[in-house]
Design a binder for this molecule. Structure first.
Ligand code: HEM
Length: 349
């Protein structure tokens, strides 16, 4: 240990825990498979979002009069403002993609099975919180796109039987979109969601460390033999290199295509066609198939069914089999959802 390290250890006792964190034994099959990087990359992109989000908050004005101009200032005037906003903007999409891919990896590898149920359940919540980040962040520039998409989004919440009105009022802070809505979305986006997400990630990672990685998908009963490698440097270096690659892509996107900002929100405009961020397009498309009285099927029944089946999954699929090709029900279900999401997104585009 270095002199500085010893000095800190003598005063805090942190040396032991840090060392055992870094020396943690990771199975060889994990270290060699890029699919196991997806969770780490999701963690890195969350850290990047938190960092760029804090920088943005120094210049963002969360008022209906000032929000648009402050985002315009960040994008076009503030030195490197385009880069900070660009990374945050494209990073949001990257986080949704990575969270979804990481979930698919754990799903197809049956990593939700006993004793990792809590790991899976915290993951399900993390997925929905990630989407909530996207939904609340969309309004903050207070431009036409964000305003009208939030108008529709909160109206959809309003169509939920019995509690719809109260839910919409809670989200909007009144009957219509205004300062109260922006304040609530801002507080949710920069305080409530980051705090909850960070807490859940801590539980998620603690669970991971407690149980270790799930077994490789080998034949039933056959143990995956092989070596273990320490978490540091093997896994850390892999993820750090992949993280730098991801950062390079985000910088490239930010430089070649400025994060969009449309005309300022105009509650009086009647011809603006609301459209959500691309990762909600499939849902908007689905709503079209359930008009009028059928709307609650799309706003309540289907989301509840999907959330419920994700929550119940580890308690239903309890067998030892982990190979996706030997588990047709779970595999076909996932492929069905993926196809529906891709097709609906394509139709909406
Ligand atoms: C902010 C979002 C998330 C972060 C930062 C995160 C982070 C991680 C990390 C670093 C790992 C270990 C590496 C790996 O398996 O790739 C992991 C494992 C795991 N994650 Fe996540 N995760 C997130 C979301 C999710 C979601 C949405 C699910 C599923 C619904 C999920 C379920 C799991 C499971 C079951 C494991 C254990 C994997 C195993 O033992 O093989 N996670 N997570």
């Amino acid at each position: 240990m270095s002199k500085v390290g010893r000095w800190i250890d003598e005063r805090t006792g942190l040396g032991g825990p840090v060392r055992s964190f870094l020396n943690y034994a990771v199975p060889g099959y994990v270290h060699k498979n890029a699919l196991y990087m997806l969770g780490g990359l999701t963690l890195i992109i969350f850290a990047l979002q938190a960092f760029t989000g804090i920088l943005l908050a120094f210049f963002y004005d969360p008022s209906t009069e000032g929000a648009y101009n402050s985002v315009d200032f960040i994008t076009y005037t503030l030195p490197l403002g385009w880069l900070i906003r660009g990374i945050h903007h494209y990073g949001a999409s990257a986080m949704v993609i990575l969270t979804a891919l990481h979930m698919l990896r754990t799903y197809f590898f049956s990593a939700y099975k006993k004793p990792r149920e809590i790991n899976w359940l915290t993951g399900v919540l993390l997925l929905f919180l990630t989407l909530a980040f996207g939904f609340t962040g969309y309004l903050l520039p207070w431009d036409q796109k964000g305003y009208w998409a939030t108008n529709v989004g909160t109206r959809i919440a309003g169509s939920v039987p019995l509690i719809g009105d109260a839910l919409m009022q809670l989200m909007r802070g009144g009957a219509n979109l205004g300062q109260a809505t922006l304040t609530r979305f801002f507080a949710t986006h920069v305080l409530l969601l980051p705090a909850t997400l960070a807490l859940l990630i801590a539980v998620h990672i603690f669970q991971l460390r407690y149980h270790g990685m799930s077994p490789a998908i080998t034949e039933k009963g056959k143990k995956e033999g092989g070596k273990f490698v320490p978490f540091f440097p093997y896994w850390v270096v892999n993820d750090a290199i992949a993280g730098l690659g991801m950062l390079a892509i985000l910088i490239f996107l930010s430089a070649t295509q400025r994060a969009p900002l449309e005309f300022p929100a105009d509650p009086a405009s009647s011809n603006f066609v609301p459209r959500p961020e691309w990762y909600f397009l499939f849902y908007y498309q689905m709503l079209k198939y359930f008009p009028g009285g059928l709307e609650p099927v799309a706003t309540v029944l289907i989301p509840l069914f999907i959330f419920g089946s994700m929550v119940l999954l580890p308690f239903i699929d309890k067998g030892e089999e982990r190979r996706p090709w030997k588990k047709p029900v779970t595999t076909i279900a996932a492929v069905f959802y993926i196809v529906v999401i891709v097709v609906f997104t394509a139709l909406a585009l």
